[in-house]
Design a protein around this ligand. Sequence first.
Ligand code: NAD
Length: 330
Amino acid sequence: MPPRARKFLITGAKGCIGAWLVRNLVERGASPVIVDVDPHADRLRALLSEQDLARVDFAPADVTNLEALDRVVASRRITHIIHLAALQVPACAANPPLGGQVNVVGTLNVFEVARRHRDQVRRIVYASSAAVFGPDEYYQDGRVPEGAPLQPGTHYGVFKQCNEGNARVYYQSDGISSVGLRPWAVYGVGRDQGITSGPTKAIKAVVLGRPYCIQFTGGLDLQYVKDTARIFLQCAESDLPGARVYTLRGSVTAIDAFLETLARVAPQARDLIRAQGKALPIAHDLDDSLLVRDLGEVPRTPLEAGIRETLTIFEQLRREGRLDARDLDN
Ligand SMILES: NC(=O)c1ccc[n+]([C@@H]2O[C@H](COP(=O)([O-])OP(=O)(O)OC[C@H]3O[C@@H](n4cnc5c(N)ncnc54)[C@H](O)[C@@H]3O)[C@@H](O)[C@H]2O)c1
């Protein structure tokens, strides 16, 4: 399909990864359709000008509503769906039935609509998560290989694993091709909720000269949101058949090393930022060789460069009086 003929629908597009995806699409002249239940568009407004925002088609739908989603896909003649809408780990833990409704049923609805419009919808790319893996101690030392057993320790992780299984069944039964992507901790402007938003909040706190404490320690894999958004798009534009699932890999590090890097970029961080708590129960040194094999080179912004760029954008928003700091109080 020629690039200009593609019509993208992004669910959860007002979220962190979604806002960067929308920005990327608009920058290359596309007019994406988006659905999101958030009545505001703060993350999009932080990243796009009013003129660029005018290119976005805000469609009314909630992913838990199959018929509403169907109407959007049919009326806009959607060819590619990037499905990001979800509740994060804390929200799923607080209300598992609601988490299942949004994260599992919402994903089923996306696939079901693609099945109904199979001649029109060419591809689904959906967000899975590294939370499908268990804690580091469940695996042997060193990099966790592709194909290692999934042992999620949260409802959120179980929901994501369930989605990967449903994607496989939709391919086997109906020939619906899809790609599921498993990010670890995405960071960058717009990352303001979920446990692993701590590093981004720390960068924002530095810009505001405020103390901040990240609520976990230990190993993590920090993936710059601009790279993550690009990888979602690369997968959407590929013609890879099947129900594929890829683990993403960015800067595999530890909280202490992140704090060191942050202080190198912004020395005032040394007095302002600290971390406490346990390590997160998700293996953090994960192999992404399948992704590289199938997609070729994927973007991998070095941690220091990603921190620098995030600081620069936050600084700019602060100067313009538009830096939203409500997330630092959560
Ligand atoms: N950010 C990360 O580090 C990370 C890591 C692994 C996986 N993921 C996954 O990537 C996806 C995007 O993550 P993010 O950080 O951008 O999340 P986010 O929380 O910033 O955004 C999620 C968006 O989904 C929307 N949404 C929630 N319920 C909805 C519904 N019923 N219908 C339509 N929209 C709804 C929210 O309003 C929000 O704008 C999610 O599926 C998430 O689970 C993210």
